[in-house]
Design a protein around this ligand. Sequence first.
Ligand code: ARG
Length: 460
Amino acid sequence: MSNRMWGGRFASGPDAIMEEINASIGFDKRLYTQDIAGSIAHANMLETVGILTRDDKDAIVSGLETVRGEIERGEFTFSRALEDIHMNVESRLKELIGEPAGRLHTARSRNDQVATDFKLYVRDCLDTLVAQVETLQKVLIDKAEAEAETVMPGFTHLQSAQPVTFGHHMLAYVEMLARDKGRLLDARARLNESPLGAAALAGTSFPIDRHMTAEALGFDRPTANSLDAVSDRDFILETLSAASICAMHLSRLSEELVIWSSAQFAFVRLSDKFSTGSSIMPQKRNPDAAELIRAKVARIFSAFSSLLIVMKGLPLAYSKDMQEDKEVAFDALDNFSLSLAAMTGMMSDLTVNREKMAAAAGAGFSTATDLADWLVRAVNVPFRDAHHITGRAVAAAEAKGCGLEGLTIEDFKEIDERITSQVFKVLGVDNSVKSRTSFGGTAPANVKEQVKLWRARLGA
Ligand code: ARG
């Protein structure tokens, strides 16, 4: 049998393989809410401008609501022969209400329909994702406040560099997430124009009111160019790009959790709820969630690049290539949302081993810069010379097998006689972090101040 929706000029139906490659219902069925909302908005508008009678419009709207109920209750039979969600819904509407169903598609095409449905779907995702990012920020801000004074080693090249506070480290991620949220909100703002009524590509000769449908669906305005309306997939690309950057941040934090929770570091402990065991090694507590978040960025990045590749070189307007947008995007957005949820759970349950961190913070001569700075401040030595003197102190401590604070005043005098016992004040890690009060620095006082500012910004 030829296709009921477009088969007028066809003598035979499609080959089974044609049907299989062509159908999108397997994945686009999740657009049913948006598809039905779009159709109801369209039907209401068609009645307002006099294209549909009141009775036909009423039959269509109540029929669409019945279809929605059937899908929600799992009573709907999706048909691959009907290709996609749009034709599955419309075909069932025809079964339910008969002839008026065929009037719904006036002044509309699946090309503007699918763009509208997908935009509505992505908009909902963006709202959820923004809320999830904020929830994670709040968890990190709580940790920052609780650990404002907790000293840990700060690293460059993953080598001990200078002591920092764990609170400061948490707030670094709060900053990244704030930019991520900004990118997601930007994507939402640019996305929010309605393609509905652009029809196949050229607009329509019917006197439709695209402003009315745009408003009914919560769009800011209709898109201004019908060709652009049905060809644009920037909105999902921009969303995936923002998601990729945020997921990259999550993967960095994940990697840190993997390192910090290892027995060798033992800076943090993940809760039982967010750890897994080994089937052979009873002692193991594995950070699987962190590892999976670290790995899931692969799908998110590849969805972004895969869709860029699909879209590159496509002539205007719609081509069936564009049907490939949804499957990768759904997978990426699902996994991004799951990653945010898992990171939030892991971080809110995380316990910090302050003693371990403090001990590690002092290792590796991490206050060497403090000693050099002290020489500049207390003895008025040029920084370059101070660097050199400090280098000798590090060598002396290394030879003695202790930290800088383990050198005696005699040891220091031998290196440079201008050094006084006042120097010991800056050699401890607590004093080191307390002194870093420059704007944006790691001092506990700064962290507490920033926590307050973030709370106010997020209304938390
Ligand atoms: N299933 C299609 C998609 O996802 C809907 C649009 C089809 N339009 C067309 N002219 N074949 O892109």
